[in-house]
Design a protein around this ligand. Structure first.
Ligand code: AMP
Ligand code: ZN
Length: 114
């Protein structure tokens, strides 16, 4: 997926502010933050949407929550609350078609989301 933005970021071909890196996952600061803390947790394996996740991917996808917990705690969000959000498809507002988990915190959020 050489044209994919997050595959390019993973390869280092496009710069990013990395806050976490491991064999299977990395996390970066969102370039257009919607909250004081806005990170993206991204599997290195290319999935266009969460609809492509298979049973063999469950361990990798599950590990995203360990990293979300860790990054939330590192940023003090476990004390106040935070959101982990995945947009899937056009009407949900997905704009980058390589799956990513938004970790948002540092302000109150409304429900339902817009
Ligand atoms: P989504 O709309 O759910 O697909 O989220 C895509 C997110 O990627 C948005 O919040 C963008 O601000 C963010 N984004 C786009 N380009 C970059 C980039 N080069 N570095 C970091 N975040 C980005
Ligand atoms: Zn990709």
């Amino acid at each position: 997926m050489s044209e994919c933005l997050f595959c390019q970021i993973n390869k280092g071909a496009i710069p990013s502010e990395k806050v976490y890196d491991s064999d299977g996952l990395f996390a970066i600061k969102d370039v257009n933050p919607q909250a004081p803390i806005h990170l993206l947790i991204i599997p290195k394996k290319h999935f266009s949407t969460i609809l492509e996740i298979q049973e063999e991917d469950h361990e990798l996808i599950g590990s995203i929550y360990s990293i979300a917990n860790r990054l939330a705690k590192d940023n003090g969000l476990d004390q106040t609350g935070f959101r982990v959000v995945v947009n899937c498809g056009k009407e949900a507002g997905q704009s980058v078609f390589h799956i990513h988990y938004h970790l948002l915190g540092g302000r109150p959020f409304k429900w339902p989301p817009g």
